[in-house]
Design a binder for this molecule. Structure first.
Ligand SMILES: Nc1ncnc2c1ncn2[C@@H]1O[C@H](COP(=O)(O)OP(=O)(O)OP(=O)(O)O)[C@@H](O)[C@H]1O
Ligand SMILES: [Zn+2]
Length: 951
């Protein structure tokens, strides 16, 4: 402490100047240590300077240093003056003398600061707000009062400004002290200011000093630049010779300096718009604000909302500048007048930018409102720009709006948010709202071109277009990308942009898509791995693929997409099939995207997803198109061709499923059934096939499914007249119920797409067994499983058998004590599926569990099986019933998959003579019930569960 004091005592003024300079270099926009250190690295501490401590920006030219010095002169004066106990500050020498006590007292703090500028700056800079801290406005305000040379002598006696030792008063205290201060009361302040306003805002020395003084001594700056310095004064001009800053000085400096003497750190900063004309893509906002300005219709509270990086903050500043601009020209803000310069360098005392999260405290709100009720210091308008205003509490909003009438006529708030939905509803209606839309790609690209030209960067236009697309309407993001590319010192090309952003080129993407759609497993895996190994994030790849597919589907004529579409679609028998395949791929991708978010092994799962692209066969695809049609119907958007094609067979062409369902219910014979269906059932799809409509009805609980099963005839006959054709029912348990029960996230690949009630089965260990009989028929994979989770239907140990054929995997569950076993000839390598046997075997009880299209994929296979097994539900087959059209009896080799878990066998099926309804007697009474099946829709084999032909 003593040491510190000694070190400071002699070069007292040096210390202060140094301190001031360190502070003035502080970069308020900087929150990161690294940026901070950059600033610090640039500081050159020259303690040996004979005249003065010299802290300046190394990279700044002399011009800057000169300015710094002179500016600091003022600051030093101010600092000493305001902090000293001197009665008189008119004489710098005497104040210097008398301030010694004060400075000594500061030694322990400020001495340390000088010696450890890093620490202090770091601490400060970590403040999240753009301002050093949100108290600033109040400190500033309070201090300005003390700086106004109305009655400085009286300040000492003023309890509100007792000591510099408390530089951070509570805001309220600060604000209150200003009001209560003998130096200026509220009304005095108003009169004083309005007098000046009335007088055309004449610059007087006091004004300038006021404006240039930061109460707590820490300056703030919007542009991350050293403070505005006077270039006209030589560095050698000692502070003693210029104790006071004159109005002429300020005026001259304002006129002579480059308007924005910034050394911006980024393109974004450098090209921050400073006039309405600079704003890109915001013409309606700009025009509206300009109109308000010209009419003098200024609202007390504005709300600027819109996506990030679209110019909200910039516009707020421009608006504030325009309000206060001294230029007589129409084109305001001029950017040159004193107000503009101060504002755009972040030193305006009347335009404050505050962080919403910091003003939620009651005392702060109070002080803020008090400040708003006071007249501006030197400008015409006091503007509070509150960023991230969605963080303001409801009470804060309320108090702001209730105080609106007490605001000074010259105070206004500009609230900024990216998320207006989070604002209290009442507040929205009380603000004058401006929406900032995403900037159009073309506008962004144009802006980037302009920047490139100004920055003398060589570029390819398509690279800029690409950056524009990638920036998602945020000009700031686009500028940041450009900035990074510019640093590479090369011509900005598309491939460079791809590399930086980590995206795949459309050609590569198309290649991958084609491989995946062609079921070229080996190459798909290889390609996907290559891409992800090199640079691409799996999530990014998913999004790119989805975009490409959507582009192809929508026929968007961008790049070579239309050509790409032709390539992709051309390989399929018809464009229709190609489209369906793409839709299926999209669906897989959307599921994958969800899964990847929580997955640790994103690359693998994405590869798996790619291998699912071609798994949808015709039936699957039709289903897809139906469900998409359903979606579009639900949204009242007709899918054009699809809708016409799918619905033309029956009477429901273009009608929403909901309407069909309602009409059917009206026709329902049983009242209780009707109200039950109304409440619990939902017609989720209608599949028309050869004049037969298969209606899928969803329920959210297995009991409801059972209940519906019992009345299936009635339900079918209600639907029949509405659809105008034969109807078959498919009763389905909603997946939400299944996932709730199993507490297993539904596989993102819809592995269990068959309907049915499911029961959790414990995970199993897979065992390989040999079985000669089945080995000849197809490749099988057996898995045994324990039944220790108590949820199983059968107390005996169960075994799952997995069968593959060309397209499907069938899981067959069998009782473990069954002597039969199956050869596990599935080596789980690519393309190991048997081509010879299209019909997977079932065990002698005809137990078939599930049928799935599944591309065997080496790495993920066992995982997938486990997942699938966990999703299996043993109670699925509690009850079964069937109905078989008499004329299709002979086709009994096919059953529909209504009973996905195969608890009844073909041999068990006894047909009633009178048209196909029957019971399936089961040995196990729990299983005994009905089997519901229907004429097999041949063209959609996925929906057919193969059963061993009755021989
Ligand atoms: N409409 C625009 N016209 C010109 N430049 C813009 C525009 N929008 C953004 N920019 C550029 O992006 C930078 C950031 O803009 P600004 O801070 O105003 O956006 P914002 O909407 O307030 O963003 P955020 O919501 O993230 O705070 C600016 O410095 C400017 O370079
Ligand atoms: Zn101006």
């Amino acid at each position: 402490m003593e040491k510190g004091r000694n070190s400071l005592e002699a070069p007292l003024s040096k210390t202060l100047v140094a301190l001031k300079r360190v502070r003035s270099l502080r970069d308020p926009d900087t929150n990161s240590m690294s940026k901070l250190m950059m600033g610090i690295d640039n500081v050159n501490l020259d303690g040996n300077s004979s005249k003065d401590a010299c802290l300046g920006l190394i990279d700044s030219n002399k011009h800057h240093v000169t300015k710094s010095r002179n500016y600091d002169t003022r600051e030093r004066l101010e600092d000493i003056g305001s902090n000293s106990n001197s009665d008189s500050d008119s004489d710098y020498a005497s104040s210097k003398k008398s301030s010694t006590i004060g400075i000594r007292a500061q030694n322990s703090r400020r001495g340390n600061l000088v010696r450890q500028p890093h620490y202090r700056r770091t601490k400060k800079s970590l403040e999240p707000s753009w301002f050093p801290n949100s108290l600033n406005i109040f400190d500033d305000e309070a201090n300005s009062c003390s700086e106004t040379r109305i009655n400085r002598t009286a300040r000492k006696k003023n309890s509100g400004y007792r000591s510099w030792r408390k530089p951070y008063k509570s805001m309220e205290e600060a604000a209150m002290s200003r009001v209560g201060s003998p130096c200026m009361s509220t009304s005095e302040a108003r009169t004083y200011c309005s007098g000046r306003i009335a007088a055309g805002l004449v610059n007087d020395g006091a004004d300038i000093v006021d404006s240039s003084i930061s109460g707590c001594g820490i300056s703030y700056c919007w542009s991350r630049t050293p403070k505005y310095r006077d270039p006209t004064l030589s560095p050698d001009v000692g502070t003693d010779e210029h104790p006071l800053i004159s109005a002429e000085w300020a005026e001259r400096s304002c006129r002579e300096i480059v308007p924005y003497p910034v050394s911006p750190r980024s393109v974004s900063q450098k090209f921050r718009p400073k006039s309405f004309g600079d704003l890109v893509g915001l013409s309606s906002v700009a025009n509206s604000l300009l109109f308000a300005l010209s009419k003098g219709k200024i609202a007390p509270v504005y709300l600027f909302h819109g996506p990030t990086g679209t110019g909200k903050t910039s516009t707020a500043r421009i608006f504030a500048a325009a309000l206060n601009c001294l230029s007589l020209e129409e084109d305001r803000p001029c950017g040159f007048c004193r107000e503009c310069v101060f504002l755009f360098s972040g030193r305006s005392r009347d335009v404050k930018e505050l962080d919403a999260s910091k003003i939620n405290r009651k005392d702060r709100v109070k002080a803020l409102l008090k400040s708003a009720s006071l007249a501006p210091f030197s400008s015409q308008f006091k503007v509070f720009i509150i960023d991230e205003c969605q963080f303001l509490k409801e009470e804060t909003w309320a108090s702001i709006f209730t105080s609106v009438e007490y605001f000074s006529r010259h105070s206004l708030f500009i609230m900024i948010t990216t998320d207006p939905d989070k604002l209290p509803h009442s507040s929205l209606s009380q603000c004058q709202r401006y929406h900032f839309p995403k900037i159009k790609d073309a506008d962004v690209s144009c802006r980037l071109q302009k920047i490139c030209t100004e920055e003398e960067l060589e570029y390819d236009k398509d690279a800029l277009d690409f950056i524009a697309t990638k920036s998602n309407g945020s000009l700031r993001d686009a500028e940041t990308i450009l900035d990074q590319l510019g640093l590479l010192g090369k011509r900005i090309t598309l491939s460079l942009a791809y590399e930086l952003i980590g995206v795949v080129s459309d050609e590569e993407l198309l290649d991958l898509l084609n491989l995946a759609l062609a079921s070229d497993t080996t190459n798909t895996v290889r390609k996907a791995r290559d891409l992800m190994k090199s640079r691409v994030d799996p999530m990014q790849l998913v999004s790119q693929l989805a975009n490409l597919i959507m582009d192809i589907l929508s026929g968007r004529n961008q790049l070579d997409v239309s050509e790409a579409g032709r390539i992709v679609l051309g390989r399929h028998a018809s464009a229709e099939v190609g489209i369906q395949k793409l839709r299926h791929a999209l669906k897989v991708l959307s599921e994958t995207e969800k899964q990847l978010r929580t997955s640790k092994n994103q690359a693998t799962w994405l590869t798996v997803a790619l291998l699912q692209f071609n798994t949808g066969d015709d039936g699957d695809l039709r289903d897809l198109s139906i469900s998409s049609q359903r979606d579009s119907l639900k949204n009242n958007v007709c899918d054009g061709d699809q809708c016409g094609k799918l619905c033309s067979v029956d009477h429901c062409n273009g009608i929403e499923l909901e309407t069909v369902w309602r009409r059917a219910l009206r026709k329902c014979q049983s009242k209780s059934l009707k109200s039950f269906l109304q409440k619990e059932g939902n017609l989720s799809s209608i599949h028309v096939n050869e004049g037969l409509a298969i209606a899928e009805i969803e329920f959210s609980h297995p009991d409801h499914v059972s209940r519906a099963e019992k009345s299936w005839k009635l339900i079918a006959s209600s639907l029949q007249p509405v659809l105008g054709c034969d109807v078959q029912l498919r009763l389905k348990l909603l997946p939400t119920y299944i996932s709730k029960r199993t507490k297993v996230k539904k596989s993102s690949f819809s592995l269990l797409s068959c309907s049915g009630r499911k029961q959790q089965i414990s995970d199993s260990t897979m065992t390989d067994e040999d079985e000669s009989e089945t080995s000849s028929r197809g490749e099988t994979f057996t898995g045994s499983q324990s039944s220790n989770n108590g949820q199983q239907l059968d107390s005996r140990r169960m075994k799952d058998v997995y069968l593959f054929n060309d397209k499907e995997t069938v899981i067959i569950r069998k009782i473990e004590d069954d002597t039969r076993s199956y050869k596990t000839s599935v080596t789980l390598q690519n393309e190991t599926k048997s081509k010879s046997d299209p019909l997977p075997r079932v065990d002698d009880e005809g137990r078939y569990v599930d049928i799935q299209e599944y591309e065997s994929q080496p790495n993920c296979f066992s995982k997938t099986l486990k997942l699938r097994r966990r999703l299996l539900s043993a109670d699925a087959a509690k009850s079964m019933c069937f109905r078989i059209q008499p004329e299709t009896k002979q086709e009994l080799t096919y059953f529909d998959t209504y009973d996905p878990y195969g608890t009844c066998s073909h041999s068990d099926v006894k047909l009633n003579d009178n048209c196909g309804e029957g019971h399936v007697p089961r040995k196990d009474s729990k299983f005994s019930s009905k089997l519901l099946c229907w004429r097999p829709p041949r063209s959609s084999p996925r929906q057919v569960l193969y059963c061993r032909p009755a021989s």
